[in-house]
Design a protein around this ligand. Sequence first.
Ligand SMILES: Cc1ncc(COP(=O)(O)O)c(C=O)c1O
Length: 477
Amino acid sequence: MSISIQRESGEYLYHQVVSMVLEMQRSGSLRAGDKLPSLRGLSTKLDVSVPTVRQAYIELERQGVISARPKSGYFLKAKILEVAAPKKARPPCKPKLVERQSLIEDVFDAIHAPGFIPFGVANPSAAYSSDKALARAMRRVLSRAGAKAVECGPIDGFFPLKRQLALRYIDCGMQVDPEEVMITNGGQEAIAIALQCVAKAGDVIAVESPTYFGVLELIESLGMMALEIPLCSERGLSMKDLQSALDKHCVSACVFSSSISNPLGSSMSDQRREALVGLLEARNIPLIEDDVYGDLYFGKQRGRPAKAFSRKGLVLTCSSFSKTAAPGYRIGWLLPGKYQARANLMKRALSCSSPLLNQWALSEFMASGEYERNLRMLRSVLQKNKQKAIASISQWFPDGTRISDPKGGGVLWVELPRSNDGTELFHKALGHNISITPGALFSPSDKFKHCIRLSYGIDWSGKIEDGIKTLGSLVVP
Ligand SMILES: Cc1ncc(COP(=O)(O)O)c(C=O)c1O
């Protein structure tokens, strides 16, 4: 530390020590989690008494800047966050035609650029890769498959995988017949099929606001309209706003992620989810449940899927292995409820079947128990990464920044001071080899232009921390 005490200044010595630590925090020479010098070490260095340094540390602790850990010393805390959760979006106005495809295309090209710090890519399984365990499963499959290795599987999927998935739902309190499970090419195809089972061009689809841009892209390409329902980062969907939207508009279906949403990471309690299904089924409105993040919860246990509360078969559950194990395998699934016959027809028309070897390897991966083990590790790594990301953003981003506190998943939603434009920041960040996802992608309206989504589902390192520091320097205070 290049610091010194000005004895002639008349300012209390302990005040000067406090100011020094605050300045080191501001300049970044001390980062969240760093250990401060010992009382004796700093007193010798500054030529002040140990009680003076102790008084300074007590004051810094009182201000919430540092914390004492028994037998370890004092550590710099993450700056107290203005995370008072991002503000809830305004209530819905009118259904909107979606026009986001060209922006999505620009962003998609850039966020996958090799060598970039990938804050824009939401592949949380990268934080704890299952590549080796899956490769072992695939080798076992190949040694047995013979000529089957190059064959097409059944339209609705490889039965052993359907069976493994059905078995897993028992833990969520659901009885699922393997024959009810349809294997798809990722969660995206599951949502595409589900949408085409329940709605047609011109229909209004209620979506969360903000919502995953892939859903908006589907709605746009199918010529449907989106009606935004505000999402609260703590409790999930606003039931009051949903009810009033349903009273005003003729909604053909809803696409909601009530377990863990993307980008907010919000989650509804089982009780509220049950009320949601009750409300929709009373009006005969199908619910497409996008559950791709459902297994990446940070709480004690997984919430029950909305489907568990369905009485009329109007809930279509979509999920996938992309977030939990293997985004490149492109394997997802759909529980189509009462729309099974139509879903089969759509699957045949769209892609005939999904890659057999990938399904086979995943069924081995599940049956061996390795999938479950991997999931436990992945959840734990993601939770730690989330804390590191929040600490780092709160240190390097200007005051007025608000950050979500996700209940699961691998992304943070960051609301920047209003003078910022997330799409401009996206372009500036590209110049520093950093990818982010601009907030404009997550809504058909302009509500989230000053927001960005950042992924923490990555292999966290000093380089990543530096990326956050650089990004923070590009944000206008
Ligand atoms: C909320 C959400 N739903 C669906 C998908 C699509 O999943 P998949 O990659 O399996 O097609 C994604 C992917 O990012 C997502 O974030």
